[in-house]
Design a protein around this ligand. Structure first.
Ligand code: NYM
Ligand code: MG
Length: 222
């Protein structure tokens, strides 16, 4: 029998990488503020970190999405769903390269937003998940939990499509259906500092595990 111990000890080093950290939640739950603060914190500890967000409105697909969200264009529900997904696919290989080079990515919204928002419109959840299969799976999903009514009170919504209380209630329900083992649910009604501290603890742990060596995996297998 071949002795695999040498291979096993090598595996850790080969799999050393940055962490894929995703923040999810309803509009106005504080994701953008918290992801920005989290990146600053990781950088201050010396970890190579980048802040990403979806939709990435800078690409041509992203511009179509942005125009739809600001009600400047109309699109069929399935069409816009596939555009959101394409917007993730167009960044997939860069995402893999960055993670493998040791950079941690803190991502403001990901596939779960895609599935939660589109299925809240009435599209079948499995149909919504299908185009996301094969994208990189996050190491942790930080769900900033807030009652839709509370989110609506926070300075109101910006007027983009989907920013309506009744719709957000449905989205919240879909997120609950999607919640799985690698999700951490954080009470987003706590103070900004409390939320920040909780996120830091969870993420630091995750970053260290990935640095020690953890293979990348794909949605929706875990
Ligand atoms: N959204 C976001 C989707 O409907 N599907 C997706 O795949 C993603 C990533 O876009 N209301 C929705 C959720 C938000 C809106 O996002 C714009 P943000 O984070 O407000 O820029
Ligand atoms: Mg928004």
């Amino acid at each position: 029998m071949a002795d695999n111990s040498h291979n096993c000890s090598l595996r850790g080093k080969e799999d050393s990488r940055g962490a894929l950290v995703v923040l999810e939640g309803l509009d106005r739950c504080g994701k953008t503020t918290q992801s920005t603060r989290l990146v600053k914190h990781l950088e201050s500890l010396g970890y190579s970190t980048e802040l990403w967000r979806y939709p990435d409105r800078t690409t041509s697909v992203g511009q179509m999405i942005s125009s739809y969200l600001s009600n400047k264009s109309q699109l069929d529900d399935r069409t816009i769903h596939l555009l959101f997904s394409a917007n993730r696919w167009e960044k997939r290989s860069l995402m893999e390269t960055k993670l493998k080079s040791g950079t941690t990515l803190v991502v403001d919204r990901y596939s779960y937003s895609g599935v939660a928002f589109s299925s809240a419109k009435g599209l079948d959840m499995e149909w919504c998940k299908a185009p996301e299969i094969g994208l990189l799976a996050p190491d942790v999903v930080l769900y900033l939990d807030i009652p839709p009514e509370k989110a609506a009170e926070r300075g109101g919504y910006g007027g983009e499509r989907y920013e309506q209380l009744e719709f957000q209630k449905k989205v919240g329900q879909r997120y609950k259906d999607l919640c799985s083992a690698n999700w951490k649910v954080i009470d987003a009604c706590s103070t900004m500092e409390e939320v920040e501290k909780q996120l830091q603890e969870i993420v630091l742990d995750c970053v260290k595990t990935c640095q020690e060596g953890k293979p990348l995996s794909c949605l929706w297998s875990c």
